[in-house]
Design a protein around this ligand. Sequence first.
Ligand SMILES: [Zn+2]
Length: 414
Amino acid sequence: MHTYLKIGLTLFALLCGFFFMVLAAVQGSAQPDKVVVHEENLVPEVADSAKKTHIVRVKSGDTTGSILSNLGFPATEAANIIQTSKAVYPLKNIHIGHEFIRIDSDNQVTLIYKINAKEQLVLTAKAGEGWAAKKENRQVSHLVNVVSATIQDSLFLDASKAGLADNLILKLVDMFAWDIDFARDLRKGDSFKVMYEESFDDEGKQEGYTILAATFTNRGRVFTGIRYKDKQGNIEYYNEDGRNLRKTYLKSPVKYSRISSRFRTSRKHPILGYTRAHRGVDYAAKTGTPIHAIGDGKIVYKGRKGGYGRFIEIRHNNGIHSTAYAHMSRYAKGMRKGKYVKQGQVIGYVGMSGLATGPHLHFEFRSRGRAVNPLKVKHKAAKPVPKDELSAFRLKAKEMMRLMSLFDHDDSWG
Ligand SMILES: [Zn+2]
């Protein structure tokens, strides 16, 4: 409900006339009241009631000792601080750009070191007592934005103009990559709308983007993705019916009688006689058995290729995987380089062209250009929303879509 509240408040801000909404919701532990920089005031004075705050950012050449000295701690006190920190986060280990904050109030001194975006070391010394150290979570603030655009030039250009960062555009592309071929299918007039959360640490440094929901209209077809975390903690994007936006590959490209040779890094070649690697799997099958593309993709090679004989290579839509099919007796009709094929589509027929002792399909699976064992590739299952969570998911999906729809009037606010 937290997110909805934020969005609700943000919507309110937007209705008040802000085009981009700005709203910080606070998580984690409390922070010192207010942080004010006093560059000139190296040794904070302890006032009776007001807090005094002093910040030092670690620079090249700084040591923990020199920083603590700058913050006004005498050498013995600095040694105590460093000793106390050891059990929680050793202050010997500091990084350029990270902040130290000293806060003096009437009865205690607090020293904070920002360990990373999520954690800080907090040391406190009450009047007349020694130092105590603990680790705390830092504040994270979120900003929820909804951005929509219609494609005039290119997705990247138009999305950038609409204010989306490059890595957010990539996330949007990843999300719909199984349904939309972004290299080929985009048309002028296609459009998208994305609702995303931007996170910041307590210094206002941007920590990243999370897409909460998005729609993409491609050649008149509308694709929807909603982020959902199930009870097991798995986070996936689903369409409104709870179908996973990711897809998996076919288990094998042919109906085979047996696997005649497995993937291995070296083996004795049956024809060439010497030992060489076998970077694929051989499926023995009768000549003429149809060979199916295991996933949607584009043919990047079609033709004879040395020992492979008649050969087709497909680059899959996710841009990471490619598959190769060798020793075909013939190609299916219409196969050519640059052609897009669908999962399950017949691309050719089993044979023994090239170097082969009998009819079989030699099949390779490449991930980022490297051959991997097709039988060992573990594709993350693209399961739908668990059945017992479907009604909860539908409610959430409906709410997300409703919130996004409230932003349909960008023209009047532009
Ligand atoms: Zn083979």
